[in-house]
Design a binder for this molecule. Structure first.
Ligand code: HEM
Length: 230
């Protein structure tokens, strides 16, 4: 029990940090002066991504605004939804936000796939990680919905956590790009850095969430067995 509580706290702290990174990535283009946004992007993503990818994404303003704005709201709603205190104190709001969260996970996955097809920074190969994780996000959201309609709260929780892991993964990916680039002094091929970070960031985040899910599952089974003995 103590282990799972510590893990939950650590996971929640990580989710806060990843949310801040993700929301910054989404909104910096709209809220910061252009020169500051470009300056920071050069530092965080490197000059090649800044010069090639940002204008390419901006050439699809409709998809971009859906992806960035709804993506930022998605991340903030996610933090609230995964807070046990919030769920306990505001169950009706949890239900309403849950529906919005599910819709925004669909818009994120679909607009992400459109980006990968229309303006991929890493070329055609980018379609593989993007479609893999986008379809996984859609599937996990669908499973979470089906389980909650049947009143299966534990299974709902596990699947929505997997869906959320894909959303949070976009911030892990950005941290990976930054770490790889600074460790190698920006000497590597940038599209390859992005490809490695896409696979690595998502696998890492989903893996961490899966460890948490399995520990929660084991804890639940232990509780049920203890109840049966009594
Ligand atoms: C759900 C939360 C999400 C947020 C907050 C988010 C955020 C962003 C942001 C801010 C960008 C613009 C690049 C930048 O300025 O950093 C971007 C680009 C992109 N996103 Fe997302 N995203 C999310 C989910 C997804 C999902 C689920 C997919 C697909 C699996 C996806 C695929 C893409 C692609 C392909 C690009 C363009 C990358 C390139 O330059 O080639 N995103 N995303």
């Amino acid at each position: 029990m103590k282990n799972i509580k510590t893990l939950h706290k650590a996971g929640y702290a990580a989710a806060i940090i990843l949310t801040v990174i993700g929301v910054y990535a989404c909104l910096s283009r709209y809220v910061l002066p252009t020169s500051t946004h470009i300056w920071l992007s050069n530092i965080l993503y490197g000059p090649e991504y800044t010069q090639k990818a940002l204008p390419a994404l901006a050439s699809k303003p409709g998809i971009e605004i859906v992806h960035r704005l709804l993506g930022a709201i998605y991340l903030i709603i996610g933090l609230l939804q995964f807070s046990p205190r919030f769920r306990k104190q505001r169950p009706r709001l949890h239900k309403t936000l849950g529906k919005i969260f599910m819709v925004f996970s669909i818009t994120a996955a679909v607009s992400g796939m459109l980006f990968a097809v229309l303006v991929p920074f890493a070329g055609f190969l980018e379609v593989f990680p993007i479609f893999t994780f986008a379809f996984f996000m859609l599937y996990a959201t669908y499973r979470a919905y089906v389980h909650i309609r049947r009143g299966e709260v534990m299974a709902h929780r596990e699947w929505i956590a997997r869906s959320y892991a894909v959303g949070l993964g976009i911030a892990t990916i950005r941290v990976m790009v930054l770490v790889i680039n600074y460790l190698t002094a920006f000497k590597l091929d940038q599209p390859q850095v992005v490809m490695v970070s896409l696979w690595g960031g998502w696998v890492l985040t989903l893996g961490a969430v899966e460890v948490y899910n399995q520990m929660l599952h084991a804890e639940q089974q232990k509780k049920l067995r203890a109840k049966a003995v009594v």
